[in-house]
Write a protein that binds this ligand. Structure first.
Ligand code: G6P
Ligand code: MN
Length: 470
């Protein structure tokens, strides 16, 4: 089986590759095509994969591509994990947001809309190429903001595109952990949109154990979301919100913590990632001059310069640092301190993606929380709205199950967020600046039409990519 990764020079690609290396079954992925527009990143990440593969005689063969069509041809699965405008763009959105007193986080509020506006035109071009060259392939979308990007892609690819996020399963796992249970034993009830969902039930042996959490308030503040939202608020909701709801429920506090922070998340990652790619920077981009694929686990070396640390060690150290500081400002705002060591271990994204891929490829039924078209699951939204809900996966794809409804308090938030997403898509597909303004002005984290206008003007001044908006 061939897997193509769009954004193959992405920092988290080695996580996916390590999950593939653990799979020795027949019918596993044997070829990985990495496509990226940035040769330096591609060759740096290839060095990490090369070291990962060295101990595995059956390691999937990796090829590097700067030619999209080469990468796509013959793909059975395509992972899309691109970042238009890079980490610099993320940091810039945060800066623009902060200058107008609003949140600029990459998936929420102004930041999410701005990021989507520069991402969607690129994603749609990629999607058209996929539809032409790999019409049978299944596309798994990691590109943020994942919900809106998946919905835009689904207009061309239908149910062949499925969006994923690790936050819902991470949340369920943490709650089950404090209740002394394992996620394999529970049926998770979850409903919402990407980064805007609520855990509503956890059924173990036919009984919902989530109320047990609220019955023992001492347990609540022993896990990430419990500490973020606090026992009173969680008990008042009778559900556990996705961690990204912190930006909605505690907007002022997060803004305040952002103001006090030495650096925004994006600014930190700009530096951290630059350091990482510099450390691995002795690669020879000339190896890719004509876009020819490069065999990673053949004798052909991406780089032979000796250095103290291995590429894999540098990557692992950098990854740990990145995980440790995840959502630091939010945690700071409630005086939470460090993350739980269990939450630093990876396994989120790549395990969801691999389980999804196996479920489809080998008809191994699995129940996963995914971003798919609604099809009546959430009654307030139409059939084509992409929602984040539990799905049954089999060889015919991911099928949403409609057993979990939105809580009453979530209905307005979700319906409104979907409107904002759709205006963002309309803006990106038709070039309508007015639609972009409607999206921004209706987002609950943008508090005035004047501010929405100023944000849009600043984003357009900063990002040349947005010149298509008229
Ligand atoms: C979580 C979210 C992802 C997001 C990531 C950001 O895993 O679910 O959607 O991409 O965090 O992490 P970062 O290290 O880039 O801040
Ligand atoms: Mn996510």
């Amino acid at each position: 089986m061939k897997l193509t990764i769009l954004g193959g020079g992405g920092f988290r690609v080695p996580l996916v590759y390590s999950a593939l290396l653990r799979d020795h079954d027949a019918g596993r992925v044997t070829a990985v095509a990495l496509y990226d527009t940035d040769v330096r990143r591609l060759t740096a990440i290839a060095r990490v994969l090369q070291e990962q593969a060295s101990a595995h005689p059956d390691a999937p063969v990796v090829t590097l591509h700067t030619d999209l069509d080469d990468a796509l041809r013959g793909a059975d699965f395509i992972f899309s994990a691109i970042r238009v405008g890079g980490m610099g763009g993320r940091s810039c959105d945060e800066r623009i947001g902060a200058s107008h007193g609003v949140i600029g986080q990459e998936t929420v509020g102004f930041g999410g809309i701005s990021y989507a506006l520069r991402t969607l035109p690129v994603v749609m071009e990629l999607t058209e190429r996929i539809a032409k060259l790999a019409p049978e392939a299944w596309v798994i979308n990691f590109t943020n903001p994942a919900g809106v990007v998946t919905e835009a892609m689904s207009r061309v690819l239908g149910d062949r595109v499925i969006g994923i996020c690790d936050s819902p399963i991470g949340l369920a796992r943490r709650v089950l952990g404090v209740l002394g249970l394992r996620s394999v034993d529970a049926t998770i009830g979850y409903a919402g949109l990407n980064h805007l969902g609520w855990l509503r039930s956890l059924t173990v042996d036919g009984r919902d154990v989530l109320p047990d959490l609220f019955a023992s308030p001492d347990l609540i503040e022993t896990f990430e979301e419990g500490r973020l939202f606090g026992r009173e608020w969680l008990s008042a909701l009778g559900a556990v919100p996705n961690e990204y709801l912190h930006y909605y429920y505690f907007t002022r506090e997060v803004r305040h913590a952002d103001q006090l922070a030495v650096q925004s998340r994006g600014a930190y990652l700009v530096e951290q990632q630059a350091r990482f790619f510099d450390e691995l920077g002795h690669s020879d981009p000339a190896a890719l001059r004509d876009g020819a694929p490069l065999q990673v686990n053949s004798a052909q070396q991406v780089d032979s310069a000796p250095r103290a640390d291995s590429a894999l060690e540098i990557w692992d150290r950098t990854r740990m640092e990145r995980e440790t500081t995840y959502m630091a400002a939010n945690r700071e705002s409630v005086g939470m301190g460090e993350r739980d060591p269990d939450d630093l271990i990876s396994g989120g994204y790549e395990n969801v993606a691999i389980a999804l891929m196996r479920g489809i490829a080998h008809d191994q039924q699995a129940r996963l929380i995914l971003n798919v078209r609604n099809r009546g699951t959430l009654v307030q939204l139409d059939a084509d709205a992409v929602v984040e809900v539990p799905c049954i996966v089999d060889s015919s794809g991911a099928h949403p199950v409609s057993e979990t409804a939105l809580p009453d308090f979530a209905v307005g938030m979700v319906v409104n967020a979907k409107y904002v997403e759709r205006q963002t898509i309309e803006a990106a597909l038709t070039g309508s600046k007015t639609a972009a303004l409607r999206a921004l002005a209706h987002h609950p984290l943008v508090d005035s039409v004047t501010v929405a206008r100023a944000l849009l003007d600043d984003a357009m001044a900063e990002f040349g990519e947005l010149a298509y908006l008229r």
